[in-house]
Write a new protein. Structure first.
Length: 203
């Protein structure tokens, strides 16, 4: 499951850059490159999103010793959102500079996709909460309850950012990038924490 998921994420994160293209124009090259700032911003946001999902995904399975049907469904929902992400990224890149309603709709659409992805994590952790035997030894059942609650908070927060994006797109993107960086830090720490647990268990 991890290998398949890694493959999907690798393809999705690579596809993000394909839509960054120079317009067919005879304008000054520097002006054209600077004019692509919406594409750069959308790419940065989506690359960071998939990167954090990848880190979180590995941290998740470091705590899982076996899977069941509901967990597989939740994992597919996460991959559904990851594979879909290049599309809202393109929409955002093409319409962010428009301003007005188009920029707001594109931003809200982008963050609604992110919110659905957070909802998929609720499904995954709920499967573990209902069957704590899926966890590796050393991880209490309370881990699943805590993570389910955090995923639900993430869903609500991203839905709120989508509403903000409908009216103030740049502010919403700024909030989101800060939130992604903040979420990445504990995800990056999990592998070390897992190894330390494994070391103590072997001792």
């Amino acid at each position: 499951m991890e290998a398949f998921s890694d493959g999907v994420m690798a393809i999705a994160i690579t596809l993000l850059v394909i839509e960054i293209r120079l317009p067919e124009s005879q304008d000054d090259l520097l002006k054209q490159l600077l004019g692509l700032w919406p594409s750069y911003l959308a790419y940065l946001g989506s690359f960071a999103t998939i990167g954090v999902i990848w880190l979180t995904h590995h941290a998740f399975f470091a705590r899982i010793r076996q899977v069941n049907g509901p967990l597989q469904v939740g994992n597919l929902l996460v991959l559904l959102c990851v594979a879909f992400l290049p599309f809202p990224t393109t929409v955002l890149a093409h319409h962010l500079e428009d301003g007005g309603r188009n920029a707001g709709v594109a931003t809200a659409f982008y963050f609604l996709t992110a919110a659905v992805q957070a909802g998929a994590w609720v499904v995954m952790w709920s499967a573990v909460r209902r069957d704590p035997t899926l966890l590796r030894p050393g991880y209490p059942a309370t881990v699943a309850r805590t993570e389910t609650r955090q995923a639900a908070i993430g869903f609500v927060a991203l839905a709120a950012i989508a509403v903000i994006g409908l009216f103030v797109p740049i502010a919403a993107l700024t909030f989101y990038l800060v939130a992604v960086v903040g979420y990445a830090l504990p995800a990056m720490a999990w592998p070390r924490h897992t190894r330390s647990r494994a070391g103590r268990a072997s001792d």
